[in-house]
Design a protein around this ligand. Structure first.
Ligand code: ADP
Ligand code: MG
Length: 603
């Protein structure tokens, strides 16, 4: 995205503020006109004084009074315009900053997991905060000062040419030289600054990663290494930044020289004109004031364009996220089916993960076909990478199949609004993913309108009631970041309670593989049994108990179902499942099965 594209989008985000923008442009215009009246009046006053001095008469105050009154009038108008402009600009900038952050947040929440797993959450947060701050600064400085600076240039150049074309041309030359210098420096530093921004992002990502893993850093006494790495990164950033700063110094030196030369030229030319009787002393003073004002505005505009250029990378990141579209969108004629019974059917479902280049990848699941009756529990087993998670991701439409279709109660899931589908499916993720809020708030995500009785029933069925009651603040106890202040089994049970409170007809479990003690294991099994009651359940199973109690087991290999049946049927078949089971479920019945040995078993 180019500089021009980015900033035209930044300003197009002001659509909703149209009336404020019109007022601001009007205010800036008034400000400029009033500002220019001042030097003109000042020049006139001096000429009036020198005229009467030449005539040998004493200058009278009465003769100057109208000019002084006009001066005061313009000064008051300037103050009024400045107040209006700064009030409106401040408000607009604050409103937009929050609106932009909210826009980013909303959009990011709609993006698929494939987006979020590819981008570090520290980076997302940095983009949200920095881009909204960048836009705040751009709007604020543009409307407060730089718009009027632009307009000043547009007014002062024709005005000065009209007043005195010889001196006016000197000012035009100054503006041209300054623009050329600024553009040259920007061209030279563009790539360099881009590199600096990249390093800055790496630093933010790294810091957020390290701060999220402080226990590991401390227990592995890695603090020194981490701070050292951070210091190295800072050095790299500074080294990358220095050449840019040198270029800016060049620009400053050039700008100062050009200004001084212009001022001198105006003074010399003006004096020559005066000596030849063409110009006046007031004219020289007026032009010197114009030139000074112009130099001030030029410097301001160069600074502004530098700041735009500094923010460019952050804003590009922002628009890149905003341009990412969710894979899955509602069909226009999608109809809400209400609460479903839970008869799930996969018909010839094939799916390949999209590649960045768009080229074909080998399918993650291939030609899946099976039907699950309401209330059945289906266990999915198979080696890591065999397609278990993908199968269930397709069911709640993280992705849509490349071929085939999935129906629930005979309705293609693509014919329902996404919200309606997901209201019917509860998911217990392998990692419980709790919020840094209270236990109650975490469970209520399942159903914010649930009554206190429903809440405590869900906790009871999830075998979580006992440990919640034992907490100092009961339900109001905070669980810490990602639920860190609870044990692994407790976190899982809170997550199950959350899904139970939602009470969907279909439930998906990605069983935790974390090693749990026997008692917790048993409690989790009870919670699971309770959660599966009366609903269609899919379990990515790592435990013998789960596999044994399933109505049916689907054995996946390389994206295909190679065996299916009940535990006893599959054992009797003496096929792949038996190999898996013997190595895993049967050999170590107490221990949950980790994914790693499962793979070894099938290789
Ligand atoms: P399982 O859950 O059985 O371990 P998955 O469904 O996660 O298997 O993976 C099936 C296949 O799809 C694997 O080859 C895996 O590498 C690939 N895969 C999984 N997730 C992604 C993804 N987000 N992008 C690309 N490929 C993926
Ligand atoms: Mg998986």
């Amino acid at each position: 995205m180019s500089f021009a594209q980015i900033y035209s989008r930044v300003f197009r985000l002001l659509r909703e503020e149209r009336s404020t923008v019109v007022l601001l442009v009007g205010g800036a215009m008034a400000l400029v006109l009033a500002q220019f009246a001042e030097p003109v009046l000042f020049g006139r006053l001096i000429d009036a004084l020198t005229r009467s001095a030449k005539a040998g008469a004493k200058p009278s105050f009465e003769a100057l009074l109208p000019l002084i009154a006009a001066w005061i009038g313009f000064a008051l108008a300037t103050i009024a315009a400045a107040v209006v402009v700064s009030l409106l600009a401040d408000r607009l900038a604050h409103r937009r900053r929050l609106a932009v952050a909210a826009m980013f947040f909303e959009h990011a929440l709609d993006l698929p997991m494939s987006f979020h797993s590819a981008i570090h959450s520290g980076r997302s947060l940095k983009i949200m905060i920095e881009s909204s701050n960048a836009m705040f600064l751009v709007y604020l400085s543009f409307f407060r000062e730089n718009l009027s600076a632009f307009l000043s240039l547009a007014v002062v150049l024709p005005l000065s040419l009209w007043l005195n074309w010889r001196l006016g041309l000197l000012l035009v030359a100054l503006v041209l030289l300054s623009s050329i210098a600024a553009t040259t420096v920007r061209r030279r530093t563009e790539t360099l600054q881009g590199r600096v921004e990249e390093h800055n992002t790496t630093m933010a990502e790294r810091a957020s990663d390290v701060l999220g893993n402080v226990p590991v850093i401390q227990s592995f006494t890695h603090t020194g290494r981490e701070t050292g790495a951070m210091r190295d990164l800072s050095r790299v950033i500074l080294e990358a930044q220095m050449p840019v700063l040198s270029w800016w110094t060049v620009a400053v030196v050039f700008g100062r020289t050009a200004s001084t030369v212009t001022l001198l030229a105006i003074f010399i030319t003006g004096t020559a004109l005066y000596l030849r009787g063409i110009g006046t002393v007031g004219g020289i003073v007026m032009f010197m004031t114009f030139a000074n004002m112009l130099i001030g505005k030029l410097e301001q505009l160069v600074n502004f364009s530098n700041s735009l250029f500094l923010q460019q990378a952050k804003l590009a990141d922002f628009f890149r996220v905003l341009d990412t579209v969710p894979h899955v969108v509602d069909r226009r004629d999608a109809r809400d089916p209400g609460r479903l019974a839970g008869r799930v059917s996969f018909e010839g479902v094939t799916f390949s993960y999209p590649t960045e280049a768009g080229s074909a990848r080998t399918p993650a699941v291939r030609d899946l076909g099976f039907t699950v009756e309401p209330g059945e529990t289906i266990a999915l087993v198979g080696a890591t990478g065999s397609g278990k998670s993908t199968t269930l991701a397709l069911l709640h439409r993280t992705f849509d199949p490349s071929a085939g279709r999935i129906t629930i109660d005979g309705i293609d899931i693509r014919d329902m609004p996404l919200d309606a589908l997901r209201r019917n499916i509860g998911v217990v993720f392998q990692e419980p993913m709790l919020f840094a809020r209270s236990i109650e708030e975490n469970v209520r995500i399942g159903n914010p309108d649930a009554s206190a009785a429903e809440l405590s029933r869900a906790l009871e069925r999830a075998q979580a009631a006992d440990f919640v009651a034992a907490q100092a603040d009961g339900l109001a106890t905070g669980v810490g970041e990602r639920g860190r202040s609870l044990s692994g089994g407790e976190r899982q049970r809170v997550a199950i309670a959350r899904a139970l409170l939602k009470d969907p007809p279909i439930m998906i479990f990605d069983e935790a593989t974390a090693a749990l003690d026997a008692e917790t294991e048993q409690k989790l099994q009870l919670a699971l049994a309770s959660a599966t009651q009366g609903r269609t359940t899919f379990v990515i199973a790592h435990r013998l108990a789960t596999v044994r109690h399933a109505s049916r087991i689907l054995v996946l290999q390389k994206g295909k179902v190679i065996e299916s049946g009940t535990f006893d049927e599959l054992v009797a078949q003496d096929g792949t499942f038996t190999v898996l089971a013997r190595a895993q479920f049967l050999a170590e019945p107490e221990k949950p099965v980790a994914e790693r040995p499962l793979r070894t078993a099938t290789v």
